[in-house]
Design a protein. Structure first.
Length: 291
């Protein structure tokens, strides 16, 4: 049970970050490499605004992130660049600017954030830190809510229409630029929420974003472009792999094996016959639609 709870906790963090990246990629076709650094900014809000209650710090981080995300999208990502690599480099530059700014303001010394709930609870007879469970459940609820909005509301339908064919969506009366801005803000806010929500469980420092970005990027590799549900499932699998390896092995060996397994799986997935097999299996497992 302790391992399952640890997987749930890790999934909450990875799921928020991966879902945010997937939303941005669906609407803008941009891999946001600043996602981890946006989480770092949220964590620093929790670490510095210690005079207010933790719940208000969460709200403050989300509110402050909105104008920053709008400026980034409109100033740097609104105009199409030469190719996908160029946009990735732009977001990487944004992340570097956030890291350097944090280091200038707060130095490179790690900070800790006191958990708002310090007790433990018993889950099926297994004692577990209360805040770890609370943060995991809140993250899972937000992930579920975002998926519900994406697949069961008109805004989600519009987002998927712009992702599939922006030109056709524009002809039908949708403004793709507004949808893209809203998607970038929503994806970035998920990262900020992950950072501030999980700040009591992490060492808050300017470089923490890179460590968060690596598993999220791997999860994105295993998901279908623009498919938010598969991105969440991939985040769950990556979280389970990371937790299980750390359960069985030392931290150093677990980290090394984690990268080896994920990179090897990504290399296998890139093979044409593996892609055909996955496509065939999806067709077999997907029920036929009634005519």
């Amino acid at each position: 049970m302790d391992v399952l709870l640890a997987i749930l906790s890790q999934f909450g963090l990875y799921g928020l970050l991966t879902l945010g990246v997937a939303i941005v990629f669906a609407a803008l076709r941009v891999v946001n490499l600043a996602q981890g650094d946006l989480a770092m900014t949220g964590a620093y809000v929790a670490a510095t605004a210690t005079t207010v209650a933790f719940g208000w710090r969460v709200l403050l981080a989300l509110v402050l992130s909105v104008p920053l995300l709008i400026v980034i999208e409109r100033a740097l990502l609104r105009r199409p660049l030469a190719d996908g690599l160029a946009t990735m480099l732009v977001t990487w530059g944004v992340g570097m600017a956030l890291r350097q700014g944090a280091e200038l303001l707060f130095t490179s010394t790690s900070r800790t954030v006191a958990a708002p709930v310090g007790s433990t609870v018993e889950v099926l007879g297994t004692p577990y830190p209360a805040y770890r469970l609370i943060s995991a459940l809140v993250a899972a609820a937000v992930i579920g809510g975002v998926l519900l909005v994406a697949y069961r509301t008109s805004w989600g339908l519009t987002l998927r229409a712009v992702a599939d064919n922006a030109t056709m969506a524009a002809l039908l009366g949708t403004d793709p630029r507004r949808i893209r801005t809203a998607a970038f803000v929503a994806g970035g806010m998920l990262a900020v929420l992950a950072g501030v929500l999980y700040s009591p469980l992490l060492a808050v420092n300017p470089t923490m974003g890179f460590g968060l970005l690596v598993p999220v990027f791997f999860a994105l590799l295993f998901s279908r472009p623009g498919a938010l549900g598969t991105a969440v499932i991939a985040a769950l699998l990556v979280a389970a792999l990371a937790v299980l390896l750390r359960t069985w092995l030392t931290d150093t060996l677990a980290d090394a094996l984690f990268y080896i397994v994920v990179i090897g799986a990504a290399a296998l997935r890139s093979r044409s016959h593996i892609r055909r097999l996955l496509s065939w299996s999806r067709r077999i497992l997907t029920p036929a639609r009634p005519s």
